[in-house]
Write a protein that binds this ligand. Structure first.
Ligand code: GLA
Length: 406
């Protein structure tokens, strides 16, 4: 190779490198962890974080894949300091944020913080607008691994620009940090988020209910939170934007936060089927055994974390029976039957009558051409094959999830 070609190659390589805005490869599978908001809102402190970190390890959640502990809104004081730096609230975190990050790291876990692209966070703490590079340096100096970046108080700001600036700031600060865009899907982040971030919210906030809309009437400008089925069905045609290192984020989990056992199962299943990040939002210190069993169902988690990273989709929806499928590695598929009605339902599913296609990935489930082995991942039992009609009853709001293997 002559000198000119070498120079050209080096130039092309550096240009590609500079262009790649985010750190590559930080979220090859949907991130898993815990976030403080759904249960604690701004009532957070270092004791809670330490206890949560201890419990992630001792309950087996870490072993199941939960990795990030993310402090949401409310970790700062109401004002920046005289240098313009953010200040972790010394009353909530008397040992300092860096010591807390180190505590979490020592458990083999990762640590995340929250801020907002606007002038203030949603709960009224200092936002990052105008301080992007300074805040990114601060996060890097604390040694954090994940930043959730929200969208309150952003009047007149362009979303793509704001998130791009923060992404560049993180890159410049030099510490690999998973960048979680929380812009609620208002500006189609799936269309521009991939080079910038690792995950992006596709909806407003989740609410612990099956498919309700909860209106916050008390707010000056009323807004809505959404039941998990509402979120799962909110956007059609965005699954092609999700994949390894760039995930559609269906919001944090409400498993263990007041819904019925069946509803918690369905919620967890849907998040696994659509390859959403799995960020638990319950109180681990009071977690029931059945909640832990749902959150650590390894066969369900394997569906979520499947290497192909394909977002599953709804195949059919008739008579309150909603059927979702997700292509998996090695020609396997996951299929989930959700009973959306208020009463128990019996299903008689004659596989041969169904030809399920994932046009986007050019994949097909053909029961005429193939005979699949069936595994029930909620009862952890091997069933018969797809030669026979599948018969089962499903309680109201419950789900059956099967893996079909060639
Ligand atoms: C927004 C986000 C939530 C949470 C709160 C914090 O509503 O969507 O997930 O971070 O702000 O104030």
């Amino acid at each position: 190779m002559n000198k000119k070609s070498v120079i050209l190659l080096v130039f092309l390589f550096s240009a590609t490198f500079i262009q790649a805005q985010k750190f590559i490869g930080l979220a090859k599978q949907p991130p898993m962890g815990w976030n403080s908001w759904n249960t604690f809102e701004i009532n957070i402190d270092e004791k809670l974080v330490k206890e949560t970190a201890d419990l992630i390890v001792s309950t087996g959640m870490k072993e199941a894949g939960y990795e990030y502990i993310v402090l949401d809104d409310g970790w700062m004081t109401k004002e920046r300091d005289e240098n313009g730096d953010l200040v972790p609230d010394p009353l909530k975190f008397p040992s300092g944020m860096k010591a807390l990050v180190e505590y979490v790291h020592a458990k083999g876990l990762k640590f995340g913080l929250y801020n907002c692209a606007g002038t203030q966070t949603c709960a009224g703490y200092p936002g990052t607008r105008g301080y992007e590079y300074q805040d990114a340096r601060f996060y890097a100096s604390l040694g954090i691994d994940f930043l959730k970046y929200d969208w309150c108080n952003t009047a007149g700001i362009d979303a793509k620009e704001a998130y791009t600036t923060m992404s560049k700031a993180l890159k410049t600060a030099g510490r690999p940090i998973v960048f979680s865009l929380c812009e609620w899907g208002d500006n189609q982040p799936w269309e521009w988020g991939e080079p910038i971030g690792n995950l992006w919210r596709i909806s407003g906030d989740i609410y612990p209910c099956y498919d309700c809309e909860y209106v916050h009437k008390e707010a000056a400008e009323p807004w809505s939170s959404w039941g998990f089925f509402k979120i799962a069905e909110m956007h059609k045609g965005i699954r092609q934007y999700s994949g390894p290192d760039h995930w559609n984020d269906f919001d944090m989990l409400e498993v263990g936060n007041g819904m019925s056992y069946e509803e918690d199962k369905s919620h967890f299943t849907l998040w696994c089927m659509v390859a959403s990040p799995l960020i638990a939002g319950n109180d681990f210190r009071t977690m029931k055994k059945e909640t832990l069993e749902i959150l650590t169902n390894k066969e369900l988690i394997a569906i979520n974390q499947d290497k192909l990273g394909i977002q599953g989709f709804k195949y059919s929806d008739e008579n309150d029976l909603s059927i979702w499928v997700k292509p998996l590695e090695n020609g396997s598929w996951a299929i989930s039957f959700f009973n959306k009605s208020d009463t128990e339902q019996t299903i008689n599913f004659d596989w041969k009558e169904h030809q399920i296609k994932d046009e986007l990935n050019d994949l097909e489930l053909s029961f005429v051409k193939e005979n699949y082995q069936i595994r029930d991942v909620w009862t952890h039992k091997d069933l018969k094959t797809t030669k026979k009609v599948f018969k089962a009853s499903i309680k109201s709001h419950d789900v059956i999830t099967l893996i079909l293997k060639k």
